[in-house]
Design a binder for this molecule. Sequence first.
Ligand SMILES: [Zn+2]
Length: 508
Amino acid sequence: MERKRLDDNRLSFLDAIGIPPARVDAYDLSYEKTGGLATVIHRLTLTDLRPSCPNCGCLTPRIHSYTDKRIKHTSLSGKHSQLYLHHRRYICPQCRKTYYEHNPFVIRASQKISKDVVYSILDSLREPSTTFSSAAEDYGVSVTTVMNIFDTHVRMTRSVLGEYLSIDENHCFGRGADAYVCVLLDFRTQEPIDILPNRHKDELIRYFRSIPWEERNRVKAVCIDMYPIYRDAVRVTFPEDVKVCVDHFHLIKEFTQQADEVRLSVMRPIYRELQRLRREKRKLECLPDAGTAANREHIQTLDVEVQKHSRSYYLLKKFHWMIFKDPNDEIFDPGRGKKYNPSLERYMNFHEIREALCNISPVLCEVINVRGRLVELYKCPSGEEGSEKLYELIGDLRHSGIQEMRHFAGTLERWSLEILNSLDSIERYYEVQKDGGVLIRDRRIHNGIIERKNRVIKLVENTGNGYQNFDRFRNRLLYVLRKQAAYAADPVYESLKIPADSWKKEKW
Ligand SMILES: [Zn+2]
């Protein structure tokens, strides 16, 4: 170990650890192997500034003693890097008070980790994939320290409500009514407003009522999924003219579920029949008199049936997505090129494949037709213009021979007002095309953005491996989700209460 004198080379090194060279008198530097290479600064002595006595203001204190303080520091290479501050202590000749010189490396005098470590940890927690445990591992501190840093520097509060509010939920905590967290999002800015621990009606109402009325009064529309409690809670807590809208994607999801039920109800008997025919054919083939003309003919007829059923089964299994797709999509253009399908042993395009699918059962045709009418409904520029289409569709579906479609008619009817509300444009915007032309488009409120955020929430949750403290979970989520989330430079917040030992399960 050699004693370094301050020269030009040393100056930039001091800059890197965040201290002006003028503040440092001397230090020793060494590289040690303690669980990986670590940089260790020994006996860093600060310039003697002789600060006046904090007690009586005396300007001529004397040096009393030195203590070596160990401080974890990340700007140095190696995660086990340390700095030993040769900490000077003064004594006042008048009142005899002893006091330490200012320690520029830490936030609080008692801390053993540098400011730099604290801010690096806080920055790393912005990443959804970082867990409290992984941050602890990365910076060589304990999990409780990381949680404590996070709790005391970060406190995300509710944002002010905008004009357009999206409410959605995210499955988070296992099962039951508390299994969902409820996410409020400003549709325009795409920023999360708040995250609520569950979607109980009374709690939602209490929460909305806690928001000042002037703020609620500013809201023009609220977009929800098809969960009636949201509708009820919004109706009793927001002004009467607030439009409740049903998210387009959730309605289509509901339709897709019903349509898939229809597909399965067609597919199941075909599969059973296919199995039966195969069994019968095998049985016949194993008979001692399988070779007789009558039996051969029988086997042949069975074979034709087997092929017909397996083709249907294949179509329903492989091309079921066609039922849920917009029937007027360009991929169904009859003029499109054909490709050879080995299972069907023919050259076909998607149009022909869909025709073949419809030939299996007329109910599939009906479902495809309903999908098309939903697409048409959403092409209506406003709820007023869409209402005729919607009620006509509901009327037709009520008399449908398909149970699932009658069920879907009920859903449409229950949510008709909210569906029509969602057709209304909330603003106009201009879209510049590739050829330089400008299109005027209408923007509608939807929850697609929340759905994207849900992916982040899932990621955070998956890397979290379970947690017990909702406040911290919420705080962390908002910290990750908000673009402008900031932490306090000083630990100004109280630590969130955590049950003893919970950190063992809680990596968050
Ligand atoms: Zn004094």
